[in-house]
Design a protein around this ligand. Structure first.
Ligand SMILES: [Zn+2]
Length: 556
């Protein structure tokens, strides 16, 4: 048979990324195909009689970018390579096939796995030798580099235009039309400008985006209607809260332009100068008064605060179930009331108070208590009282523990005595009497011993740790500072959790408020993160024993 060279099955891969490119002469679909056909003809002529190859398939990709391989025709071509329908892929330029080095390397791998070849007349190389492969890789790297440079140039140009207050494409906004003389500029559309002003007015009037949205729709107003560059109609729809919010917060209506809006709120130190957020004068006139715009921004900010509160669904009453009336001992229960603009939260006196205590503002009460908390640090007497109270509480536990331990010890002693007596009896039994029953009884007694000795060990350890639990004033000072210093960073539920570990009771009177602290809370808190602690202990459950220390606050 001899050496048989089969005729190559050639696949053309032709790609244009935009419609405009498809119609242009150079690089168009037709031109790419003609150049590839000419190349095949040239190779057939110069192959010395035998036919070099023939076109098996033509893959035409329209309107797809080469940035990835998510292209239907490309995928079809790769399948055909694997099936052997095509064994030589031809493109006019490398960039038609891929703009990514790694995608190209994957392509080459599949191709060589199936003994395929790749031909690109642009460079006239042969992929069957190593030099050709290296060359391709370098070219791909260079083209990627060039693409990055182009991207940077485009970005710089974008930035420069933005700083000059020009538009960089994007959808048109209601109130303005694109300047027919300069696409980067806007001119006022008076009819729409009136709609925009109405949106601002309705929002200021109602304080509600939903109300403003409904109001606009009821008046028959619709979103900006326009035609995209591709010719598709857009907009002209009912307003939704999102579109209204977008209008209310758009500085374009002040004749301003935001630069690098995506970086708004980021610290400028971390960003390059060209990446920083800023607001510059736009090339178009304002259609909303600055004063009105400012008032709307304030209202939007206030509403955001309310929304934040709402996330907790209910006000996180820090002191629920802890408050009593100092005058009559009745409970104060949590309650909420809807005011004009907000929801108010109170602690409400149960029943009628002879001293006239009724509603207490929850946030004000909480603020007073937290302030008092901080002062604790500054008052040696109070600090002293906290420490002494804790010492008393600790000392109070010692007798109980000691009693329990001596109980275990005496039980153990008695057991030993009984076992000894049993042993004696078993030894003195007549030989014909079965000792089985006595031996079983002795074993039962022996089995009780480990539990008792374990208890004694545990109680001894506990007694030792109790004496270590005694606070020193420095620790208490640290705990208070720690709690207060971090209070503002905590979420309301966590704040509540922490405070409730430290306060056992609040008595609200006409002139004074008494706050009872649970000294055990300080021990638990210190265990969490004080310097020198193990850091493993979890917060102990609130302990209501011990001797509470009272903080008195003058009210009003
Ligand atoms: Zn009362």
């Amino acid at each position: 048979m001899g050496r048989e060279i089969s005729i190559r099955k050639v696949g053309f891969y032709i790609r244009v990324s935009t419609d405009r490119q498809a119609k242009e002469m150079e690089g168009s679909l037709v031109s790419q195909q003609q150049r590839l056909e000419a190349e095949v003809a040239r190779k057939n002529l110069s192959s010395g009689g035998a036919k070099w190859g023939e076109v098996a398939r033509v893959y035409i990709e329209e309107g797809r970018s080469g940035k990835d391989t998510n292209r239907p025709e490309y995928q079809k071509m790769m399948r055909d390579v694997q099936l052997g329908v095509v064994n030589t892929v031809m493109v006019t330029e490398l960039s038609r096939l891929s703009r990514s080095v790694s995608d190209f390397l994957k392509f080459m791998e599949v191709l060589s796995d199936h003994q395929g070849d790749f031909i690109c007349p642009q460079y006239d190389f042969d992929t069957t030798n190593a030099a050709g492969r290296v060359f391709v890789i370098i070219l791909m790297a260079l083209s990627q580099f060039e693409r990055e440079l182009t991207g940077e140039r485009t970005r710089n140009n974008f930035h420069a235009r933005a700083l000059r207050g020009l538009c960089n494409g994007g959808s048109p906004i209601i109130g303005y039309d694109t300047d027919p003389l300069n696409k980067a500029k806007r001119v006022v559309n008076e009819t729409e400008a009136a709609v925009v002003r109405k949106v601002f007015a309705l929002y200021l009037e109602s304080g509600s985006i939903q109300a403003a949205t409904d109001g606009m729709n009821a008046r028959g107003a619709r979103t900006k209607s326009y035609v995209t560059r591709a010719g598709g109609p857009r907009g002209g729809l009912l307003f939704v809260t999102n579109s209204v919010h977008g209008i209310l917060s758009n500085v374009s209506y002040l004749g301003k332009r935001e630069v690098n809006k995506a970086n708004k709120g980021k610290t400028s130190e971390a960003l390059r100068e060209s990446e920083r957020y800023q607001v510059v004068d736009a090339t178009w006139p304002a259609i909303v008064e600055p004063e009105i715009f400012e008032r709307v921004q304030r209202k939007l900010a206030e509403n955001r605060e309310l929304v934040k509160y709402d996330q907790w669904k209910v006000y996180p009453f820090i002191f629920s179930k802890l408050i009593r009336c100092l005058e009559c001992g009745a409970e104060l229960r949590t309650t909420s009331a809807h005011g004009k603009n907000a929801k108010y939260s109170y602690y409400r006196h149960v029943g009628i108070c002879p001293a006239g205590i009724g509603l207490v503002h929850a946030d004000k009460l909480e603020a007073v208590v937290l302030r008092r908390f901080k002062e604790l640090d500054l008052t040696p007497q109070l600090l002293d009282a906290v420490v002494r109270g804790q010492h008393r509480a600790v000392a109070g536990r010692v007798p109980d523990l000691e009693l329990e331990r001596s109980g275990c010890e005496s039980e153990l002693r008695q057991l030993d005595e009984k076992i000894e007596a049993l042993v004696d009896r078993i030894a003195s039994l007549p030989k014909d009497v079965d000792a089985e029953v006595l031996i079983r009884k002795m074993r039962e007694m022996q089995a009780k011993k480990p539990r008792l000795s374990d208890n004694i060990v545990r109680l001894t350890a506990e007694l030792e740790s109790v004496s270590r639990e005694k606070l020193n004033p420095e620790e208490v000072r640290w705990a208070i500072r720690h709690v207060h210093g971090h209070m503002n960073e905590l979420s309301p539920p966590l704040k509540r959790e922490l405070i409730r570990r430290l306060i056992t009771r609040i008595e609200f009177g006409r002139k004074v408020m008494k706050v009872s602290l649970d000294p055990q809370g300080f021990v638990a808190l210190n265990a969490v993160g004080s310097p020198g602690s193990q850091g493993e202990k979890k917060l102990a459950p609130p302990c209501f024993g011990g001797s509470p220390v009272c903080l008195l606050s003058k009210l009003g």
